[in-house]
Structure formats: C-alpha cells, structure tokens
Write a new protein. Structure first.
Length: 333
C-alpha cells in the first residue's frame, strides 16, 4: 500500500498481502435484507475507506452481482495497490428468463439485477465465474479467491474447483486462495487435503458460537492457514441484543437473546461497547488475521472502527468468565 499514513496491516496468505485488521463485508451493498441505492453504497464504502479499512470482500451471490458492481465502481477511483479485494466462485450468474420481480428477495437480497444463481464448482464454471466477477469489478485481478459454500458439493469442489484455483495462484492471477463457509466440516477437509492459503469462516467463532475453536482454528494455526473471521456479531445480535433480533439470519431463540443481553450488561458496566468486546474476542485467536463486518451505513462504520480500537480490560473478561459467558473454545491472551 502506498502513502505515508497508510493503515496498520498484517501479512496475509502466501502472497504476503497487507491486510487491515478490520475488513468490509460487501453483502449489504448488494441489497441484503433491504434495498440500497448506488449513492448509499458509495457513502458507506467511502466511510470505510476514510476509517482506514482496506480489505473488501464480495461475491457474485451478494445481490446477484450488484455488490461486485458497486464495489468495483468505488474502487475504480482508488490506487490498485492500496487495497485488498476478495471474491468467490461456486455460483454462476445467468440471465433470468422472466420478469425481474421474480428474483427479488431470493436469499434475502432486494432490488437486484434480473439474474439467477446457478451452482457450479466445475473447472470451467470457476474460470467463467472469475472472468465475470472481474468484469463486474472492473479489475484485471483479485487478491483472494474463495470457494464459496461448497457444503453439499465438497467432492466436486475438491476435485475440480480447488485445482483450478491452485493453477490461478501458480500463474499469478490471484495471490491467495481459500474457502469461504459458515460451517466447519468442509473447511477442515480443505485445510487437511489441499494447499489453501486461507479460510473465511462466518459466525462460527464468536462470543455466542465457537465451533471453529475446537478443531478448525487450531489446525489453521498449525498449518499456517490464515483466517478471516466473519459474521462476528452473529447477524447483529452481539452488537445490539434485543427482542426481535436475528441470529444467523433468523429470529434469535429466547435463550440466545438472554445470553447476548447478559454479555452486553457486563460490557456496559465496564463502559465498553458490546461491539468492542465482540471484535476483540473475534480477533484474538492466533490464526485470525482480520475481522470482516458487513456494514450498511457510515454510522455503523464509524461505530465499528471505534470499537475495533477500544481497549478491553482484563477484569471484563474475568467477569464474563465468572458468569459462564466466555465460550469453552475461546482463546484469550
């Protein structure tokens, strides 16, 4: 990254990318949960850039290409060496044969282009997907390429998608390759059976769920596989626990809301925001390089950027532990 006042970074992946400790998850600018205008997308991206965030993650899935288009438009105005961008393969986008209204709300995305998603983990599908993504992004390369949600297609993803990504890395088309998921079974296989550089894990290493802390993160640390920790608020509940909140994109069970509320009460007694504690926990594991957060407004960007730099006193962790609120597989130093 160029410039005298560049943000603090850590090395990431085989290509030794410079990764900021906070990343921007670009699903919201693809219309996740509610429509967003081009102007609103540009405003939140500009706020992220002004806050020093230089890692941006997107995917064809997010708004059937809308997220990539909007992110690409924003990044076209910034020096290419000043940021890291990742996208994903596994879903090809094809024209929808019918009215645009048919595709609205699918997988929670609104005001999207008139396209359908088609699962494809074949070699040809991977290469076509990347070409399409580069065209939407307006870039000649991406820094990180993930295999996206291969849950029900592990064998094909391992046999066809992974070798295609490995070749792209060998040829210098991408710097790092990995898998992006919200469960731990398939990434364990990829870490054990392939030579991936990184894993993006969503919602499985948080104050409410540390499944990834049992096997996946220790294995990544052992094998030098860098981790991007996403979904660290469990779709918002940890940042703002209240009745009606969502947990993993669905209505949160009562007992989960109670647990998140108890955590928030202890945080506030120490005059630390729940978001600051959630971010600190999510980044603490030695395998984790960055926390990836989806943000919809400039205010959310500012709040999370401030939270990411807030000190969390040892006494707060002790109080959470005494209350039985620190997960068993958490790794605090």
């Amino acid at each position: 990254m160029s410039g005298k006042n560049r943000p603090a970074t850590v090395p990431f992946g085989r290509g030794r990318l410079e990764m900021t400790g906070l990343g921007f998850g670009a699903a919201p600018i693809g219309g996740l949960f509610e429509p967003m205008t081009d102007e609103q997308a540009d405003e939140v991206l500009r706020a992220a850039w002004d806050a020093g965030i230089r890692y941006f993650d997107t995917a064809p899935h997010y708004g059937v290409g809308l997220s990539e288009q909007r992110l690409g438009h924003f990044l076209s105005q910034r020096p290419r060496d000043d940021y890291v961008v990742s996208t994903k393969v596994g879903r090809l986008l094809v024209p929808h044969n019918g009215p645009a209204a048919d595709v609205q709300g699918i997988d929670g995305f609104y005001d999207t282009p008139n396209r359908d998603r088609r699962i494809d983990f074949s070699r040809d599908g991977v290469l076509r997907s990347l070409d399409d993504s580069l065209r939407r992004l307006g870039l000649d390369h991406v820094d990180i390429l993930y295999i996206h949600d291969p849950d029900d297609h592990e064998e094909q993803a391992l046999a066809e998608a992974y070798p295609a990504l490995a070749q792209l890395r060998d040829e210098g088309v991408v710097s790092s390759i990995g898998v992006g998921v919200n469960q731990t079974r398939s990434p364990l296989r990829f870490v054990r059976e392939t030579d991936i550089d990184c894993v993006l894990i969503a919602g499985r290493y948080t104050l409410l769920d540390t499944q990834a802390g049992a096997e996946l993160l220790p294995l990544c640390a052992e094998r030098g596989v860098d981790v991007v920790n996403a979904g660290i608020f469990n779709s918002g509940l940890l940042a703002d626990p209240q009745p009606g909140a969502t947990y993993d994109y669905e209505p949160a069970p009562h007992e989960i809301v109670q647990r998140a509320t108890h955590i928030a009460d202890i945080c506030r007694r120490h005059q630390v925001s729940p978001a600051a504690v959630a971010i600190a926990f999510a980044r603490n594991h030695p395998a984790v390089r960055t926390a990836l957060i989806g943000m919809r407004t400039p205010a959310q960007v500012r709040q999370n950027s401030t939270a990411a730099t807030s000190a969390v006193p040892a006494r707060l962790w002790a109080d959470l532990s005494a209350a039985g609120l620190l997960p068993e597989n958490g790794a605090l130093t």
